[in-house]
Design a protein around this ligand. Sequence first.
Ligand SMILES: NC(=O)c1ccc[n+]([C@@H]2O[C@H](COP(=O)([O-])OP(=O)(O)OC[C@H]3O[C@@H](n4cnc5c(N)ncnc54)[C@H](OP(=O)(O)O)[C@@H]3O)[C@@H](O)[C@H]2O)c1
Length: 378
Amino acid sequence: MPQALFVKKVDGKPGEVYYPLQLNSVPKPKPGPDELLIQLHAAALNHRDFFIRQHLYPGISFTHPLLADGSGTVVEIGNPTTNSPSSSSSSSYLGKRVILYPASGWSSSPSAPEDPSKFTTLGAAALSPIGTAQDYVAVPASQIELAPPHLSPAEAAALPLVGLTAWRALVTKALDGDVSRAVAGRNILVTGIGGGVALCALQFGVALGCNVFVTSSSASKLSRAVTSLGAKGGVSYRDSDWDKQLAAQLPRDRPYLDAVIDGAGGDIIAKTVRLVRHGGVVVVYGMTVSPRMDWLMSAVMRNIELRGTTMGSRDEFRDMVAFVREHRIRPVVSRVVKGLDNIEGIDGLFEDMRDGKQFGKLVIEISSPPDEEGGAKL
Ligand SMILES: NC(=O)c1ccc[n+]([C@@H]2O[C@H](COP(=O)([O-])OP(=O)(O)OC[C@H]3O[C@@H](n4cnc5c(N)ncnc54)[C@H](OP(=O)(O)O)[C@@H]3O)[C@@H](O)[C@H]2O)c1
């Protein structure tokens, strides 16, 4: 019988509790009209999942499987509704490797979900039954994109949520949607480069020809970002004078930051206000440090804009996946453990995240894909 991974409810206050993982046998889903049945090959963790286990995330469910990110193969097509225009395109997905849009309830609006009360990230979410920590999932055909063929199943599972968040933060928000050559040469700071979103933002920025600078707690992560991924420079955010160190690394002919992409919050404004150009942008997609940050009058006087951002729309997801396919970008996978029933191993991935050990995504291998000519293996 197929299996699915849940968080188990135990007593405890938000922030003090740590919900254990629980593996349950579940019936094999039957795809409904215009739905697809996907056999999942890999699923990836996000920081949100760590927050869910601590009950620090709103709208969680103990009866819907965990995790938003997944890649798999379409193994069954639901009966088409009569004359449904989508039914013929749905059948073309049979046998194809796909990835899931990691949310629901946001179609195309550039500013925010059309109806924010219906928007949710997938995985242990009250508003959606879909989670990727299971053997099979049935989803509407509109939920998926073909997996870029250059990606292994683990890399494909590593992409959706962080890729989409990074795309919206960098392209939609920091670059105002411009992916032309005009953005080449802009200076972008991406903080906390060990994180999944940060690494994707670095990779997308480099592919666009931007000068990407990074921060990290770890010298080895800084070094990998520069030597393997094309960052122009980097500093340790543990050093109290990291802003001065960064200023010294900026190009002489462009000695300022055009934009900051930040997932930590804290004192990011105080640290960067003198580095960001007048009229520049600070884009914040998370606040790992604490759920509040300061905003300074000196930032107002420089006409700096603070822009909050979340994941993104279904349309942004399509654009991001096309960009990854075109530029053959490979999401960075930090560690893979094998098997949904490997609770100890999966708990170890959560520990990596808690301890900030990861450089990239933490992935669970669920099943092997059927053989594909030229297809990548896990
Ligand atoms: N709003 C949304 O839709 C959305 C979507 C995705 C993520 N998020 C949020 O964004 C944050 C990051 O997500 P993620 O999945 O990329 O997390 P992740 O993979 O768990 O990475 C977190 C990273 O944060 C960095 N960090 C910790 N303290 C820092 C500090 N003081 N200054 C700078 N960086 C610091 C660390 O970087 P080093 O290891 O390099 O030190 C760490 O690797 C989380 O808070 C998450 O909830 C929000």
